[in-house]
Design a protein around this ligand. Sequence first.
Ligand code: COA
Length: 376
Amino acid sequence: MQHTYSPVISSTGLFTPEESISNEELVESFNTYVANFNQDHAEAIAAGDVEALATSSVEFIEKASGIKARHVMAKAPILDTAIMEPRWEERSNDEISVLAEIGVKAAEQALARAGRDVKDVDAVLCAASNMQRPYPAMAIEIQQALGIDGFGFDMNVACSSATFGIQTAADYVRAGNAKSVLVVSPEITSGHLNWRDRDSHFIFGDVATAVLVEDASMAPAKHWNILGTKLKTVFSNNIRNNFGYLNKATPETVDAADKLFIQEGRKVFKEVVPMVAQMIIDEAERLEIDPTGLRRLWLHQANAGMNRLIAQKVLGHEANADESPTVLDTYGNTSSAGSIIAFHLNHDDLAAGDTGLICSFGAGYSAGTVFVRAVG
Ligand code: COA
């Protein structure tokens, strides 16, 4: 069929790990670790040489973040106070990588939901916060596992990777360089989280999502027109992870806390909320969309309070769960996948003509908006 150069979202896919950790389980494990640490260092703590660790609390976590549980790829080692990290058998180079495997599962669901044959897919973008290795690209491994003839590459824009991926895919369609592009976001965030850090141990969960962005000419009857995409980045050290291939050049700090996720959560909250709300309002104006008339917001899932404030500014009133659904309670923060999970689980009930917004924000800082309208 004739290329229309108009990008749409044909379908989405979601892979959810079977295992989940409740706040109660998480806090029990963390507080056991704290009690053991304080006992083991009792003398040094009494002498003022070591600072005693403080316990975590279920009430704080739920009140401060809205998170009640998170899915993980490997529950037992994370809760084991002697390990507190994910663990599994190393795979050989002949086996599919863990990150690619869960990306493939989400992608297969997106392809099935669109009724799409892989021979009609042109490209795979793996858009996520962490890649399992520098190369070969995760996207190329996913492409090969799915049997797609075309090209793939990885892109990392932290929490905004998926929306940056959607704009990139949409631009391929707009330029006529591709008609069907899979944007896959496998997020095994349990590997970048410091499960021993009271300030952040509750934040993240594991998941994979996929979004099939296509030319309108080949979309299934029910799809979402992409009305406009907008990206923004502003440098900030308030969310940072210094893990990288040059770490071994400074071996004395190779295991320091900053080689995992660290943040100044309060500052992030205060700085990102106004930036994102304004960005949405400005982009709505450019697209001649009344933001107060948006039927649904599928916002980044980092913090329920942030979403409440952003939705209020955009819609002009306090949003209910129907207008701004949350998946934080069961998934936690899944980095770039969060807004896509929210969309995947909460869009079937919308009517043709309804307009909504997928929006991500996070480290970088980075933020992305994708305004969509239901068709069919
Ligand atoms: N259990 C109990 N108390 C805790 C705690 C825990 N796990 N972690 C921190 N606290 C305490 C602090 O010590 C502090 O105590 P104080 O008031 O006596 O000093 C108090 O709770 C508030 O700590 P603060 O770090 O200011 O919490 P917060 O209200 O900012 O909430 C976040 C923390 C992370 C939930 C919140 O800042 C947030 O979600 N920010 C958005 C950024 C984000 O999530 N980014 C992720 C990447 S996109």
